[in-house]
Design a protein around this ligand. Structure first.
Ligand SMILES: Nc1ncnc2c1ncn2[C@@H]1O[C@H](COP(=O)(O)OP(=O)(O)O)[C@@H](O)[C@H]1O
Ligand SMILES: [Mg+2]
Length: 250
């Protein structure tokens, strides 16, 4: 469903993403893990067509991001690191607007919006102005706009950052629900970036760990922790392995 082939992004001398390849099948829920600056956001922005790779390409639901960019983009629901919410719009009108720009047919927009709001627990606040909502609810709006066109692939960039513990639990539950199919719907493929390890343990079944732009681990979560190590220990070990000795000692 998602295939990254040697994705590389350079900004001047900085190699933000360095020859990253992976394949993610239908219905998989993958944690894209790494410390700050590892290249998670840049990789997601390449997959979603927001920045062009310097090298490599990606294929989303069979559509190459270079040769078939519109279809590739349409197959993705994307929650960016900072979602472009319009604070003066109501929840419903904003999600309807996103449905329109994602080419949901006019006659199908109303039910699509209602369904997205329902799935994200927003039905009761649909007439509220986004700017008056709590951060947790604004993040729900971000998820609703990502799923309104029923994309087969969901790409979520640090979906719980900045939320309080209750909101974090609610958003994690919501993502788990979105990852499991509703009746009559096919399963979403979900990639979620985070540097919060319990988040991965709560939601994901597979882990891709990146560090300094490179993929360093790509394994089922169960296999990573099978040796008795916690994900936390695995993470620290892999990251420190890459650090120069003097840096690791300081
Ligand atoms: N637009 C940009 N211009 C220059 N450098 C960038 C840009 N975007 C990201 N970077 C650099 O690329 C690296 C990876 O960043 P990013 O993908 O945001 O990492 P992460 O999301 O894992 O924290 C960092 O060193 C960051 O400073
Ligand atoms: Mg990031």
């Amino acid at each position: 469903m998602i295939e990254a082939r040697g994705l590389t992004k350079r900004y001047g001398d900085v190699v933000a993403v360095d020859d990253v390849s992976f394949q993610i099948g239908k219905g998989e829920v993958v944690g894209f893990l790494g410390p700050n600056g590892a290249g998670k956001t840049t990789t997601m922005r390449m997959l979603t067509g927001f920045v062009p790779p310097t090298d490599g390409t990606a294929v989303i639901a069979g559509h190459d991001i270079f040769t078939d960019p519109i279809a590739a983009r349409r197959a993705i629901g994307y929650l960016p690191e900072t979602p472009p919410l319009y604070p003066e719009m109501t929840v419903e009108s904003y999600v309807a607007y996103v449905a329109k720009i994602n080419d949901v047919a006019r006659g199908k927009r109303k039910p699509a919006v209602a369904r997205a709001l329902e799935r994200c627990g927003l039905a009761d606040v649909r007439r509220r102005v986004i700017g008056t909502l709590s951060k947790g609810y604004r993040q729900r709006v971000g998820l609703a706009q990502a799923i309104v066109h029923v994309p087969p692939v969901l790409i979520l960039d640090e979906p719980t950052v900045g939320l309080d513990p209750i909101q974090v639990r609610e958003i994690r539950q919501l993502i788990s629900d979105l990852a499991s199919p509703e009746q009559g719907e096919s399963q979403h493929t979900v990639v979620l970036s985070t540097h919060i390890l319990p988040e991965v343990e709560a939601i994901c079944r597979r882990v891709i760990l990146v560090n300094e732009g490179r993929k360093v681990i790509d394994k089922p979560l169960s296999e990573l922790t099978a040796g008795g190590m916690t994900l936390d220990e695995v993470f620290v070990r892999e990251i420190m392995k890459e650090a120069p000795a003097e840096q690791a000692a300081s």
